[in-house]
Design a protein around this ligand. Structure first.
Ligand code: HEC
Ligand code: HEC
Length: 320
């Protein structure tokens, strides 16, 4: 090879990686859809956090929100394909990670819930999750001197009511924001992708971004991603009853994806390798392309978020 040819190859490689670094990485985040409520304060956040970690909300005091939504796995559930509630009851769906929820139009794999505040009614009262009645929860909380004091401080009312419980939980879940991944550092010009990550990004742009759209890496749509339709869970169809919605599920986020296994609405895949094998068959991606995509997906891990002690368990303390 002559020096000239070598130089050309080097230059085009450099240009290729420069363009890749510049395209599509410094995208602006859209405005959030779910809003913090008027009662938001540091105390209400701490109250919501305490409730999120407290099994008092379940029928037999064995399960808290955090039992299925663990901070170290981006608030997903990793020890079972589908969720695991009171009395060892198994739910039918995989618990999704909880973060960047303010940018979601609807919740759950089928979009059956429209507001983040209302969402908590489902796990609290679901037979296979926390299995408790609202009446009992309010009774327990009103009798609890510390909760009684904190709720009074935040909501300025003599007794704890359902809307306050839901509001407080939302104060915590809406605050879970993840935007400090390696990808974000590249976006801000603070880091660069390796050649493999850059190739993964190019493949991502080509095959994945139309559904898992950057910079959130999800979209508020329901799609069919090639999994065979399973009559035990028809997804969006269960909400709309439209035949065209059979087997459609909401597009999940790919941020922190290397930590929120297992994958898909039913947790059928345990590793990204298995997920990419599925897409590889659909889209004719060879082994090395699948590896490049995984290398890119790993840049979406936000370890600052995963280990943020602000979002972990803290003992509830009386306020002076
Ligand atoms: C037994 C396991 C379990 C418990 C306990 C649990 N969840 Fe979940 N959570 C799930 C599952 C499974 C889903 C997905 C449900 C679906 O798609 O039908 C989910 C979905 C969610 C969502 C919607 C996320 C999204 O992106 O759509 C939020 C928010 C949430 N849970 C918050 C909570 C809160 C707050 C609590 C406590 C009050 C809680 N969860 C308790 C398993 C659980
Ligand atoms: C047509 C839209 C669409 C395209 C294109 C698409 N996906 Fe998906 N993806 C989805 C949907 C919908 C789901 C959830 C399906 C389910 O649970 O049944 C999903 C699930 C996933 C999951 C599992 C997420 C989780 O939390 O369980 C991963 C990982 C993933 N996709 C990666 C990719 C990659 C990588 C590409 C490109 C090679 C891609 N997707 C292309 C729509 C799409």
């Amino acid at each position: 090879m002559t020096n000239k040819v070598l130089l050309l190859i080097l230059l085009s490689g450099l240009l290729f990686s420069l363009t890749l670094d510049r395209i599509k990485t410094d995208l602006k985040w859209p405005a959030p859809i779910q809003k913090k409520t008027a009662n938001y304060s540091e105390t209400s956040f701490e109250l919501g956090r305490a409730l999120f970690y407290d099994p008092i909300l379940s029928a037999d005091s064995s399960i808290s929100c955090a039992s299925c939504h663990l901070s170290y796995t981006a608030f997903a559930h990793v020890d079972h394909p589908t969720s695991h509630g009171i009395a060892n009851r198994i739910g039918k769906r995989n618990a999704p990670g909880l973060f960047n929820l303010a940018w979601r139009q609807d919740f759950h794999w089928d979009g059956g819930v429209q507001t983040l505040t209302g969402q908590a009614l489902n796990p609290l009262t679901h037979r296979a999750e926390m299995g408790e009645t609202l009446e009992n929860i309010l009774l327990k909380l009103n009798e609890h001197p510390l909760y009684a004091q904190l709720f009074k401080r935040v909501y300025k009312q003599p007794h704890i009511q359902t809307w306050m419980l839901l509001d407080a939980l939302q104060q915590f879940t809406i605050a879970l924001v993840s935007k400090e991944s390696y990808y974000d550092r590249v976006s801000r010009g603070k880091a660069r992708f390796s050649a493999q990550q850059a190739q993964g990004l190019a493949l991502f742009e080509q095959h994945c971004n139309r559904c898992h759209t950057a910079p959130l890496f999800f979209s508020n749509r329901f799609e069919q991603n090639g999994l065979a339709i399973d009559s035990s869970d028809l997804g969006r169809f269960e909400i709309t009853g439209l035949l065209a919605d059979q087997g459609k599920f909401r597009v999940p986020t790919l941020r922190n994806i290397s930590h929120s296994f297992p994958y898909m609405h039913d947790g059928r895949y345990r590793s990204l390798k298995e997920v990419l094998r599925h897409y590889g068959q659909q889209l004719a991606l060879n082994d090395s392309q699948q590896k490049d995509l995984i290398a890119f997906l790993k840049t979406l891990t936000d370890s600052t978020f995963l280990s943020n002690s602000r979002f972990q368990y803290h003992t509830l303390t009386p306020k002076p």
